[in-house]
Design a protein around this ligand. Sequence first.
Ligand code: AP5
Ligand code: ZN
Length: 216
Amino acid sequence: MILILLGPPGAGKGTQAKRLMDSHGLVQLSTGDMLRAAVAADSEVGKKAKAVMERGELVSDDIMVGIISDRIDEPDVAGGFLLDGFPRTAQQAVALDSLLAEKGRKLDAVIEMRVDDAVLTERITGRYTCAKCGAGYHDRFQKPAKAGVCDKCGGTEFTRRADDNAETVGARLQAYHAQTAPLLPYYRDKGLLRSVDGMAGIDEVTRQIEKVLTAA
Ligand code: AP5
Ligand code: ZN
C-alpha cells in the first residue's frame, strides 16, 4: 500500500504516521525528518535547507523530488510506504506520479487531515520529542504518563524543533494554503482523496483513518 498524509503543519501527520507504521507495516517517509537529519549532518542538502526551514518556507522542488526518488528505490519500502510531508507543491505531485509510474507502482489513497488554523499554532508550539527514541509528545494533548520520562524508552531528555515557534508557524501555514492546499482538488479529481476530521482526539483520528482505508 502507498499512502499520502496531507494536511497543514501540526495537523497530526507524524502522530498518525507512527500508528499506521505499526498497524499496517508501512514505512514512514517524512521529508521533514529527512531534512532535519540532513541539517544535523551538515550535508550539502542540509546547508541549503536550514535557513529556508527556519523561515517556514518550502525547500526547492528539485531537492525534494531528488530525495524522494532516491528513497523509494531502497529495498525496505518495497512492501509499502506512507508519505508524510510530501508532495507539497503541484510540481512535486506530478513528479511523484511519474516516479511511481516508472516503477509500475500506484498510490492507494491520499488522506486529508482537516484542522482549523486556530488550533494548529497551539499544537505546534506545545510539541516536543524524546531525544533518545523520537516519540512525540505535547505539553497539553499528549503528556507522558510520568512527567519528564518517555513512555516508550524511559529517556529523560526532550527536544523542540527550531521552526516550532509562533513566528515561523505563520509562514508555514501561509505556505500550506498557497502551495499545498491546491493538491486537494488534484487528488480529488483522481478519486484518491479521503478526508478525516483532524480536530478530533488522537485515537478518534486513527479510527477514522482505519475506516477510510477499509473502504478504499
Ligand atoms: P515537516 O516536518 O513536514 O513539518 P509540517 O508539515 O510543518 O508538519 P509538522 O511535523 O509540524 O506537523 P504534523 O502534521 O506531523 O503534526 P504532529 O503529528 O507532530 O516540515 C518542516 C519543514 O521542512 C517545512 O516547513 C519545509 O521547510 C521543509 N519541508 C518538508 N517537506 C518538504 C517538501 N516536501 N517540500 C518542501 N519543503 C519541505 O502533531 C503536532 C502536535 O499536535 C504534536 O505535539 C501532537 O502530539 C499533537 N497532536 C497530534 N494530533 C492531535 C490531535 N488529534 N489532537 C490533539 N493534539 C494532537
Ligand atoms: Zn523515548
